[in-house]
Design a protein. Structure first.
Ligand SMILES: [Zn+2]
Length: 98
């Protein structure tokens, strides 16, 4: 089997998320990959698991100021500000696989 670096990173992320909830920052710290790169991997994991028994579960971003929850956000990147109160204090989304 081929061992592309990208594959290894993706598998490391999957292994991590199977153990429980992690934010992108947690993943970044655990496997030493920049946060910016992780969003793409998450997107791919999300799509590749669509038709499988295992799924990527997402606890969405939320606003620290007013509690707004970004439930319908399609993108994995952090929202810059809250659409409701316009503040920029956003709690990280968490991911796990089950
Ligand atoms: Zn808000």
């Amino acid at each position: 089997m081929e061992h592309l670096p990208e594959k290894t990173i993706r598998q490391q992320i999957i292994d991590l998320l199977e153990k429980g909830d992690h934010s992108v920052r947690d993943i970044s710290k655990a496997i030493g990959v920049r946060e910016k790169e992780i969003f793409g991997h998450l997107e791919h994991i999300h799509l590749s698991m669509k038709n499988r028994r295992e799924k990527l579960r997402i606890s969405p971003y939320s606003c620290q100021a007013c509690g707004f929850i970004f439930e319908n956000r399609k993108k994995f990147t952090r929202p810059s500000r809250c659409p409701q109160c316009k503040k920029a204090r956003i709690d990280a989304a968490m991911y796990h696989i089950e």
